[in-house]
Design a protein around this ligand. Sequence first.
Ligand code: F6R
Length: 613
Amino acid sequence: MCGIIGYVGGRPCRELILTGLERLEYRGYDSSGFALLDEAQGVAESVRAVGNLGELRAAAGANGGSTSTCGLGHTRWATHGRVTEANAHPHASADGSVLVVMNGIIENYGELRQELQDAGVVFASETDTEVVPQLIAREYAGDLAAAVRAVLPKLGGHFAFVAAHVAEPGRLVAVRRECPLVIGVGASERFVASAIPAFLRETRDVVLIDNDEVVVLEADDHTIWAGAERLPARRAERVEWDEDAAEKGGYETFMLKEIHEQPAALWDTIGDRMRPDGSVELPGLGLDDATLARVERIHVVACGTSYHAGLVGRYLIEDWARVPVHVEVASEYRYRTCLAGPGDLVLGITQSGETADTLAAMRVARERGAHVVAVTNIMGSQATRDSDGVLYTRAGLEIGVAATKTHTAQVMALSLLALKLGRLRWALTPAGALDLAEELRRIPELLETYLASPAPAQVLEAAAAYADRPFFLYLGRHVGVPVCFEGALKLKEISYIPTEAYPAGEMKHGPIALLDEGSPVVVVATDGHVFDKVVSNIQEVRARGARVIAVATEGNEEISRHAEDVLWAPRTPALLSPITSVVPLQLFAYGLARARGLNVDQPRNLAKTVTVE
Ligand code: F6R
């Protein structure tokens, strides 16, 4: 959560900071701020505002010929302290000499703040961050980097911050501990930011920073320190990302663009991993085939949409490979008695690779001796560092806060793993595995055809008709259950309409009481062995006056007799249907939120990466 950026170089940087922040806005957008430094004035400009980056620009006004070539900025997702201008970053020490922008949490800030207050330091905000500039200012004796190094061991928690001192206007000092921070190396300039898109237009040369390293940035140089030891120079890696990925490319929102990018995300996730004979190569897992074949149990830990992908994965792995799979939300798993151990495979699914609860759950399992694999979309993310192996989704950058293409790419990655396991364990015959591999390979194209057809526009139109409904029930069976969980989550997060999602068979044990004349019920009723059972559940809700919106397999004309609206999904084998049937539900949520005039890319209270517990 929160996006931070810093710049030091030869160019006036006001616009570079503001544009960079706009690229980081997906990480948090309840308030923002920036500060610029120069030799003459120390702090040449400092602006903070409540609201998104548009509000900051409005508060800052026109450029006015700013010449500062060093600055730092922040876009916030509040953790400690309400959303106010005083709590927005940058935060300063009481004497105004030190400025800090931070992402993450200082867990022992209460004690630190008390100690500082006892020593007479006056605080200006309610945030945990403010202890950092206050501590640095007290340590400062003419060398900002030395002061930061002295303060670092006192800080508990996980964070990334950038600090500046008014007496050193050509220098920034940055630190990370389990929160993302990368350096961009340009010609006589250095960027530091929470994520690469913040400076991708300016430079593609990136240096990664490890936990607890202190980086000193100047226009022509950057040095990396571990405690008092200066580390050898680290080579920059060149990033080949498509710059358009950070732009909307003609779509009205990032979310809609990313929904349409799903075929490409799926193609890329399959990529070179599938051989013509249907066998699958996943070299990053960190396990040889013989060991993988002997895996006794699989635990999946994840949050939100990634958890839903894990639920789909369970059906696939258990059916194709006959390995028992336990799926749990990471925030619960991390605090239960962990029974994973040697012989178990733990999959930590996290598109960002930074979700605090998922990282903690992976760590718990790893300490117990399980083999931990991160299923993630972000190279070099913390999850890749905290695991024994990695299975990358290759969805490209996802900016919309509501996950879409990373979810379907996760399900595809898990399908590849299930297929590989099924073959290794001889739970699938080579011919059976080849058939499934071919079905998997067809999915991106099926989805591409679907997205280019009139169907998506029809879903958006159908959704708009429900814009005033106060509540939706989602039902499904078998693989339709995680699909309806995901569809319901998409709707609540971008339209703010309460939803319940239930296995259809559970409905009569309670949720049916919610239904009334005209209540909208979304039913995942794709073809498969539970189709007739789902139709029976549809009859039950219709008998109570509910209005049914069914997600059904293209060509199944029967469903039209049972539903007021049908959202079609491309035809696939039943077990693979979650990859395609979730797409109409993404569009349904999108259409409804749009009809309600909401900002789908920046839903309230949410952030793209959840680096707090
Ligand atoms: C919902 C959504 C969240 C994330 C969750 C986990 O659209 O995006 O529920 O899925 O915060 O995030 P990652 O996958 O980054 O661990």
